[in-house]
Design a protein around this ligand. Structure first.
Ligand code: HEM
Length: 451
């Protein structure tokens, strides 16, 4: 990937598809300086793909004042205070996932944990964030539902287009009338229609004065309605809510689908490869949860489960590479990079940097994130990026993963089947586990019931 690299500054560059040089920044201090100084994304082909799937008004693709305004509006929905209210629903769905594993454990049959994690994610996030149960993991044996299939289509179609060949219209054209784009739009509509119905139902419930439990969707819709009130506008109609907030709710479903799902599956895989960690994890979970699913009071005490989440993020960051475009001149290691320079921040390399993590950087070790362990320097651990444009959903992602680990590991350990080869594929939106010998399989593990 790197065309040139200067050993003195750690700066390098490669020439992108469009012929522009992209500067690669590896030194943690420089990574931090970039993330702190600029919020402008470098998205290239991802922008048209994202717009065609999620719409124009999604935070991820907005820039400048529009981005700032929407980020401000979404902030109340994404505070840590929302977490305790989400634990019950999330842990309950993890419990359903544990039940799904029972027959596989009894028969010693491998199960695709990426698929199972994606169904757990859709069930838990829809219930905890929207109070609308998509009911996916409970129907695991029926196979992926329409939303699963739409997201899976997107995650396979994107790399197919990205590697279609340099300069091919397929890469960036999601608008023209052709079969590829028709299928893309169909997948997008499947998810958007479901979310629109959920928003409409919430709007009707509020209009009828029904009591609605506080959740992320309520906070986002409320924040949007308040903003309109401050501008002297009438309360939003359901169509306006769907148009202005709905796409970001679709994006929320996907933000975790594309990330936390892989972190959970990879975390269990790393454990299965290093089984000595099962015992301390299970001892912690038993001591904290005492045989039941975690409560809001338990979650902050599950330190090793949190370490597993962090170590999985470190070794296989779903957002493996971050892209920025400098909004001001920036001096890095004595080199002046002018405004407009495109920057690539490879998280996967930052996370294996031996100067920051020690010689054992490639090894899986839950002690790295234990309470009191030395912290890596700023810029050496960037799974959620950093600065003002950092991921808004990191607390929710952590909750989803910690609940899954606490509930599944209470009942099972896991084994890697002899014929499974773990690898990571870059989908365009992120890194996902995959067996290269069997591209249909994400991550197969055999659950083993606890004696
Ligand atoms: C382990 C799971 C996750 C990882 C690794 C992750 C990582 C990221 C990264 C790297 C970005 C890009 C930030 C940038 O460009 O600087 C991002 C953006 C974002 N993420 Fe996450 N994410 C995760 C889960 C979630 C979840 C569950 C949600 C929602 C509930 C979420 C909501 C968002 C939003 C709204 C943005 C856009 C922020 C902006 O553009 O201002 N993420 N995430």
């Amino acid at each position: 990937m790197i065309d040139r690299r200067d050993p003195a500054t750690g700066l390098g560059y490669y020439v992108g598809f469009d012929g522009n040089a992209v500067v690669i920044v590896l030194n943690p201090e420089h990574v931090d300086a970039v993330l702190e100084s600029t919020v402008v994304h470098m998205l290239h082909g991802l922008r048209p793909a994202s717009v065609a799937f999620f719409g124009q008004k999604v935070l991820f693709v907005l820039e400048g004042g529009e981005w700032q305004e929407l980020r401000q509006l979404m902030r109340p929905a994404f505070t840590r205070d929302m977490i305790p209210g989400m634990v019950g629903d999330t842990a309950a769905k993890a419990g359903v996932w544990a039940d799904v594993l029972a027959p596989y454990a009894d028969s010693g049959t491998p199960i695709d944990m990426v698929l199972a994690a994606s169904m757990y994610h859709l069930s838990s996030v829809s219930l905890a964030s929207f109070h609308h149960d998509l009911g996916c993991i409970e129907r695991f044996e029926d196979g992926p539902n329409a939303i699963n299939r739409a997201f899976e289509f997107m995650l396979t179609e994107l790399p197919r287009r990205a590697f279609a060949g340099e300069g091919t219209p397929l890469q960036c054209d999601f608008e023209s009338e052709n079969e590829d784009n028709r299928r893309w739009r169909e997948a997008a509509s499947t998810v958007r229609d479901e979310i629109s119905a959920i928003v409409a139902a919430r709007h009707a419930a509020v209009a009828h004065g029904d009591s609605v439990p506080p959740d992320i969707m309520g906070a986002m819709l409320g924040s949007y309605a308040d903003a309109r009130k401050q501008q002297g506008l009438a309360p939003p109609s359901v169509e306006e809510l769907v148009a202005d907030v709905g796409d970001n709710l679709v994006e929320m479903l996907f933000a975790g689908y594309n990330t936390v799902v892989n972190v959970i599956a990879n975390g269990l895989f790393f454990l299965a490869r290093e089984p000595k960690w099962f015992k301390p994890l299970q001892e912690e979970i038993d001591a904290v949860c005492g045989g039941r699913v975690p409560t809001a009071a338990d979650v902050p005490k599950l330190d090793l489960c949190r370490s597993l989440f962090m170590e999985s993020l470190r070794l296989a960051p779903p957002a493996a590479v971050l892209g920025r475009q400098l909004s001001e001149d920036l001096q890095l290691g004595g080199v002046m990079l002018p405004k407009g320079t495109e920057i690539c921040l490879p998280a996967f390399a930052a996370h294996l940097n031996e100067a920051a993590w020690g010689l054992s950087a490639p090894a899986f070790d839950l002690r790295r994130f234990a309470k009191g362990a030395p912290q890596p320097p700023a810029g050496a651990f960037i799974p959620f990026s950093g600065g003002r444009r950092a991921c808004m959903g990191q607390h929710f992602a952590e909750l989803e993963a910690v609940c899954a680990f606490a509930v599944l590991l209470q009942q099972y350990t896991f084994k890697v089947p002899d014929d499974y080869n773990w690898s990571l594929i870059f989908t365009g939106f992120g890194y996902r586990p995959l067996d290269p010998a069997n591209a249909c399989v994400g991550l197969r593990l055999i659950p083993v019931g606890r004696a």
